[in-house]
Design a protein around this ligand. Structure first.
Ligand SMILES: *[C@@H]1O[C@H](CO)[C@@H](O)[C@H](O)[C@H]1NC(C)=O
Length: 395
């Protein structure tokens, strides 16, 4: 048929098995136009040509754009290929697939819409169960809130979680697990930004500059990606004016009505603010005969909230984030005990592919300092710098 021939002319792509043309510049790949977006502007030319190519090509165009941008697809065309009651000639379908693959290798799309976003909850659940030790509250809360948020058809505001607890208890670890399981490229993803307060915003006198940078980065990331993750480490050290800026992003956002998928954002704030109070509460509960796993949010939450609002050593408690309830969940990280440290040591051996003995696990776990003086119950540094300690005892 004429349409198919037209399409063949329009798409001088190598057939599987044909030789030679691979690697040669395709007509729309030329980047010789100054200031042009290279492949992208070439693609726009291709799009014009395809559009001009008549009725059958329109069908192909519809199929192609449905494969590439499922969101923009009319509903009745969505189940491509083959939803029209007529099937594509085999060869045409082949070209369509090649073109889609090529296009998607440049942009970031695939069947599910956006390949950069993996949202692997199986992986997240398994990581939280297997690699995180001693944090039954955080484990459950993180999985439940994140899964729930990402499943909401129309979230009203970004999800904001405050992770707090002593250093070494796993806050960074869980933030990284989220990045790795929600995004194909983990922390390096276009969709993920991590800020460390004293590293990215160290000097209070530059706060105006930082505000601009922060706003710019958040907006840019949200434009690049429909589902974003922002991590703020050392959140208690963020300048109050930066917290105000963040407050604006955490307020209720009105999702654009017509889009099939409204944008989503998760904000994680990591803080060791008043980690001591968690430890105190946990210590008292353990002393009263409760087992660690019986500790619930109801035991901890009242203490935490009150303490954070009252804390005077940081702007965090006084910021709009806490005052206006923009933080959705307080996620407590409990102090780690000897048996948890021992598990961290075992994991560190395994991740370095080293053999270990039970004695070695004990030896390294005993190198940590345990507090309080009397009970010697909690590792002062949690599971921090375990792998360095392994290197230290190795012959
Ligand atoms: C999800 O994560 C698990 C565990 O890491 C992995 O085995 C699985 O292949 C992942 N699934 C997808 C769809 O990436």
């Amino acid at each position: 048929p004429l349409g198919l021939c037209l399409l063949l002319l329009l798409l001088p792509l190598p057939l599987p098995g044909s030789s030679g043309r691979r690697g040669a510049a395709l007509p729309w790949e030329r980047t010789d136009e100054p200031g042009s977006g290279g492949a992208w502007s070439g693609f726009r030319r291709l799009r014009e040509r395809l559009r001009a190519a008549g009725a059958l090509s329109k069908r192909y165009w519809a199929l192609f754009s449905c494969q590439v941008w499922p969101d923009d697809c009319e509903d009745h065309e969505k189940a491509a290929p083959g939803p029209f009651g007529w099937s594509l000639p085999v060869l045409g379908q082949q070209y369509l697939d090649i073109l889609t693959t090529w296009y998607c290798s440049l942009r970031d799309c695939c069947d599910s819409g956006d390949c950069r976003i993996s949202n692997n909850f199986t992986g997240l659940e398994s990581d939280l169960n297997v690699r995180l030790h001693g944090q039954h509250l955080a484990r459950e809360l993180v999985l439940r809130t994140v899964r729930g948020y990402l499943a909401m058809p129309r979230p009203e505001k970004p999800l904001a979680l405050l992770f707090h607890g002593w250093s070494g208890t796993g806050k960074n670890f869980v933030a990284r697990m989220l990045a790795e399981n929600l995004y194909r490229d983990g922390l390096r993803s276009d969709c993920v930004r991590m800020f460390i307060a004293m590293f990215h915003f160290p000097h209070p006198k530059y706060v105006d500059l930082y505000k601009e940078q922060l706003t710019g980065q958040i907006q840019e990331t949200q434009q690049l990606c429909p589902q974003t993750l922002f991590i703020f480490d050392e959140a208690e050290k963020l300048h109050p004016e930066l917290l105000e800026v963040l407050g604006q992003y955490l307020e209720h956002s009105v999702p654009e009505g017509h889009k099939a998928k409204p944008p989503r954002a998760i904000f994680l704030f990591l803080s060791n603010l008043r980690g001591n109070i968690i430890n105190e509460v946990v210590l008292n509960l353990l002393k009263s005969g409760l087992s660690r796993e019986e500790i619930t949010m109801e035991h901890l939450e009242p203490h935490l909230h009150a303490e954070i609002v009252e804390s005077t050593d940081s702007g965090f408690g006084h910021s709009c984030l806490v005052k206006e309830n923009l933080i959705d969940f307080f996620v407590p990280f409990l102090p780690l005990e000897y048996r948890h440290v021992r598990l961290c040591v075992r994991d560190a051996f395994l991740s370095q592919e080293l053999q270990y003995t039970e004695e070695a696990l004990d030896e390294i776990a005993k190198m940590m300092v345990y507090v309080p003086k009397e009970e010697q119950l909690f590792s002062f540094q949690g599971c921090k710098s375990i792998s360095q300690r392994i290197n230290y005892i190795l012959p």
